[in-house]
Design a protein around this ligand. Structure first.
Ligand code: ZN
Length: 273
């Protein structure tokens, strides 16, 4: 049991670091509209990386964070993203029960694969928006399609009716309308000054993902996290309030909190208010 537990945990973490490496490539090459194929190279002198430099997380430390040819500093973003997505994949394994159960049924593998894909897409959106201030439609659309397919499969295996308010599909649809509708209203009122068009689109998807019951605490956490980080950034960089701070990363952090701890938070929230 213990050895199996360890193998599954190590596998998910390693898989996460490999996908983290892919997320770095996807964001930087995607933004520059370059092909995703082709070997990795130094951002400055274009020298191809050697095989061991491509090893997630460790590759960066093997070369002490510098390009072996031009000696320019490599971005710490690379190992950091790889490590964080490794941890997130590990967390998904605990959440779905894949790591802790002895027999891995198809339904657990299906659920785990779905959550890994969602976590990967959200992480890529987080980096992309933070770095380039844009949320790519293709990523949001891919995530939304996966969520709809997953929900349809869950619905077909359930006994609830879509016409009932307590059915999870209805709860998700209401969530999409509430978050997406709220962002759309902000967008229209401010003529796109308070919120970007990409935020409205991701709002519909995330609202569906978390369901209407979570909408209020979800928005509350998003804005509180956003306000704290913005305040730190404004103080640190002496940027004015007018300088743009991307909203996507806060939405992603809040979604992670709800994907992993949603039920517990809802319970806490209902007891408090
Ligand atoms: Zn170089």
């Amino acid at each position: 049991m213990e050895i199996l537990f360890f193998i599954k945990a190590a596998f998910l973490f390693l898989l996460g670091t490999i996908f983290g490496s892919f997320a770095n490539v996807l964001v930087d090459r995607g933004e520059r509209k370059e092909s995703l194929l082709g070997s990795s190279h130094c951002d400055f002198c274009k020298k191809d990386l050697r095989w061991f430099e491509n090893i997630p997380v460790l590759g960066y430390f093997f070369v002490k964070g510098k390009c072996s040819k031009c000696k320019k500093k490599l971005s710490f973003q690379y190992p950091m993203v790889e490590f964080c997505i490794g941890l997130l994949f590990l967390a998904v394994g605990f959440k779905t029960g894949l790591i802790l159960t002895l027999s891995s049924s198809w339904s657990i593998i299906f659920e785990t694969s779905y959550f890994l894909a969602i976590i990967f897409i959200l992480s890529a959106i987080f980096i992309w928006d933070l770095k380039y201030m844009i949320i790519p439609d293709r990523l949001v659309l891919t995530g939304a399609v996966l969520t709809v397919v997953y929900t349809v499969v869950q619905y077909l295996n359930s006994s609830c009716s879509i016409f009932s308010i307590s059915c999870f599909v209805t709860e998700n649809l209401l969530g999409a309308l509430l978050v997406g509708g709220f962002f759309q209203a902000l967008f229209v009122i401010s003529k796109g000054k308070w919120i970007g068009g990409g935020d409205v689109k991701i709002g519909f998807w995330l609202g569906f993902l978390i369901g209407w019951k979570h909408v209020y605490p979800f928005l509350l956490i998003t804005y509180v996290v956003g306000a704290i980080i913005s305040l730190i950034l404004v103080k640190k960089s002496k940027k004015g309030w007018k300088s743009q701070i991307p909203f996507g990363p806060f939405l992603v952090i809040s979604s992670f909190i709800f994907l992993f701890f949603g039920e517990k938070l809802l319970y806490l929230y209902e007891r408090l208010f």
